[in-house]
Design a protein around this ligand. Sequence first.
Ligand code: SF4
Ligand code: SF4
Length: 168
Amino acid sequence: MTINVRVLDRPVEEVSYVRATLKGMAMTLKHFVNREKRHQVTVQYPEQKWDLSPRWRGTHRMLTTESGKAKCVACGLCPTVCPANCIKLVPGEDEQGNRYPLVFEIDEFRCIFCGYCQEVCPEEAIHVGQHYENSEYSREGMVYDLERLMAQTHPVSELWDPADPKGE
Ligand code: SF4
Ligand code: SF4
């Protein structure tokens, strides 16, 4: 039985790998010498740092009232919604019936920085923040208690706005 094999006759400029390689190298060289438009992808950290996006989600902050108390009212929403189960809350209540956190801890090591805690908080108390320099020598060191969360001073994150999906 005879088998007919169809031989495609493609122009040499379409099949030549030499041409494609040279084209790629020319593009690389163009970006290498064009200092103005060259996109810098590394910086001399820690002397130099990138500007973080307003939506960067990092180390948490607990915001405080004018009197310096945590804004948290121990409603329990953030530990309920947290997908990483990394928020520990023990609620307390004063003589007037106001709730407050007796214990409030976030394990920054387990956190996946989804931002749900910030989104759900009715008091706008807990926030993810524009901060990432929180390395520690132990896992325990990554558990931030209320005092430590209140002591953070970095900018808080802006959350994604569904009304402006492409916006910052
Ligand atoms: S950012 Fe997400 S994972 Fe982290 S503590 Fe908040 S809800 Fe939990
Ligand atoms: S959602 Fe806000 S008010 Fe409620 S427990 Fe969490 S931080 Fe406190």
